[in-house]
Design a protein around this ligand. Structure first.
Ligand code: ADP
Ligand code: MG
Length: 530
């Protein structure tokens, strides 16, 4: 009715500017590709490391895709999707965080070519989704089963993952360590998964990475409290307390005015009596090693209490974090004690030995020979400087994750670009049987996977084109495990080089990358709400 109604007759939501969705998509693709290019050079055993300096001056040296991307500040929303993609792979598989981003970058390049040929984005994203399903199917078909009792194979797989790290020269000792750690926490009742929170990582500066050890027991990164107390206790009876050994505070903000010396003496006497009573009860229960949780309300342990404990020859480890309590209880098989009334002999744990040992320049407390140990282990990582120590931690995490992948899905495939070429070829064959746009998109997807071998070759200083061509040729002649032998700079049977990786790492990388690309393709506008 009103003559001023705006846009009447045209559909209000449709774009007047037909170019806009196209431009938005292009901008999304190029932003995401820029992120992928940033990590490309880190792929593989000859990949380069990155040095990242954060705004507050902290420096990180790493080769791990997830870590690099976590630290990079990206502004573009679709670039952020790639950062998230790498994080998702880190959670799902733990390794392959660089590969997943490189694959996504390559799929985006392929998609952008298909777009410019006039194929509709929905067709592309649907085909890619189906193609990733097919790729996973082919990979699963290629995989060889692995037995968790076959320690040798597991060590090979962990070494492959460690080979591409900054600490690769130590893979010979870190790989068996990671395998043993995971195998020790596998619960026979739940053989299909492990919780890596049961592997506690403690980092201590000093020594070299070669001094890293797996400890069957518990380690505290702090030394025993006070001085003069026992530092070694055989036949330990361990109590873990969550209450404080210090004078109680009033509930409200009261003030007590002490006006003469007699009153002051009384206050001190009462305090002394109160604390002595607590310590005597602890002694009476038979405890000789006391673990004390940190308190934020008041001193968990005051000087007087420490003095009494020292006199009674009770070893004390204080400042235990709240978050570590669960792990400690599980390991030494005890219950945390929340009040002195519950400090009974049956709440204590037994161990052969609790000892303060010197590692490098500092001291740690070790509990060994635990009577009823839980399924946990502790890894004590040593390193000569902070940067190496941090990177060793991340690398061991990757190796642990790789073994966890094998626990989840007990199958392995060759590495070194062999699976990608094989999948690419079988998919191209499959695509010839498809009709319409879909076949075209499948071929593009298959070709995009070749980015992994070509990047591996490039980073190893080989000619990517001739390497990929030769790989294609060999695979076409049935050499399913022909891959890039980085050490020799040639193409050989990669299984002989012992380069193997878990199936789950590759399948999850392809699935997640395709999913990310699919969602980027479906975006046709960016709306700011600020
Ligand atoms: P990601 O963060 O994705 O795990 P990496 O830098 O660990 O990246 O590189 C993994 C890739 O390197 C995999 O494709 C793997 O097959 C390959 N690779 C690892 N070790 C070797 C090796 N010794 N020879 C050839 N390729 C290898
Ligand atoms: Mg890796």
């Amino acid at each position: 009715m009103s003559k001023t109604s705006v846009g009447y007759g045209k559909s209000p939501g449709a774009y007047k500017d037909k170019e806009k969705p196209f431009q938005i998509r292009e901008s999304n693709i190029s932003a995401a590709k820029a992120v992928a290019d940033a990590v490309r050079t880190s792929l593989g055993p000859r990949g380069m490391d990155k040095m990242i300096q954060s705004a507050n001056g902290d420096v990180t040296i790493t080769n791990d895709g997830a870590t690099i991307l976590k630290q990079i500040q990206v502004l573009h929303p679709s670039a952020k999707m790639l950062v998230e993609l790498s994080k998702a792979q880190d959670i799902e598989a733990g390794d392959g965080t660089t590969s997943v981003v490189v694959i996504a970058g390559s799929l985006l390049t392929a998609a952008s070519k298909l777009l410019s040929k006039g194929i509709h984005p929905t067709t592309i994203s649907e085909s890619f989704q189906r193609a990733s399903g097919k790729a996973v199917e082919i990979l699963t078909d290629m995989a060889t089963p692995v037995d968790l009792n076959d320690r040798e194979s597991l060590v090979k797989i962990a070494s492959t993952s460690l080979n591409s790290k900054v600490v690769s020269q130590y893979s010979g000792m870190l790989a068996p360590l990671a395998v043993d750690a995971v195998l020790r926490i596998v619960d026979p009742k739940k053989p299909d998964n492990v919780d890596l929170r049961d592997v506690k990582i403690i980092k201590k500066l000093g020594g070299t990475i070669e001094d890293t050890e797996l400890i069957d027991g518990l380690v505290f990164s702090q030394r025993t409290a006070g001085s003069g107390g026992p530092t070694k206790m055989e036949k330990a009876r361990i109590g873990l307390i969550q209450f404080c050994l210090s004078p109680p505070k009033t509930d409200m903000d009261n003030q007590v005015v002490v006006s003469d010396y007699a009153q002051m003496d009384r206050v001190l006497r009462e305090e002394r009596a109160y604390i002595l009573n607590l310590v005597k009860q602890i002694k009476k229960a038979g405890c000789n090693v006391l673990l004390i949780q940190k308190s934020i309300l008041r001193d968990a342990l005051n000087d007087l209490a420490l003095h009494f404990l020292t006199k009674m020859k009770i070893m004390v480890v204080k400042d235990i974090e709240r978050s570590d309590i669960e792990f400690i209880c599980k390991t030494i098989n005890c219950k945390p004690i929340a009040s002195i009334d519950h400090f009974q002999p049956e709440m204590l744990a037994n161990a052969e030995l609790v000892e303060e040992v010197t590692t490098g320049t500092s001291k740690v407390v070790k509990i060994t020979g635990i009577a009823n140990p839980g399924r946990t282990v502790t890894v004590l990582i040593r390193g000569s400087n902070k940067l190496v120590l941090e990177e060793a931690d991340r690398s061991i995490h990757d190796a642990l994750c790789v073994i966890r992948c094998l626990v989840k899905e007990k199958a392995l495939i060759a590495g070194g670009g062999a699976p990608e070429i094989e999948v690419g070829q079988r998919m191209s064959e499959y695509a010839q049987g498809l009709t319409g746009m879909e076949g075209y998109c499948f071929s593009a997807f298959a070709e995009a996977l070749e980015v992994i071998p070509s990047t591996l070759a490039e980073n190893a200083g080989l000619n990517p084109i001739s390497v990929v061509t030769e790989l294609r040729n060999r695979h076409a002649h049935g050499e399913k495990t022909a891959g890039i032998n980085v050490r020799k700079g040639a193409i050989t049977n990669i299984l002989e080089e012992n380069v193997v990786q878990p199936l789950l790492v590759s399948t999850s990388a392809i699935r997640l990358a395709a999913e990310c690309v699919t969602s980027i393709m479906k975006i046709d506008d960016i709306v700011m709400t600020m």
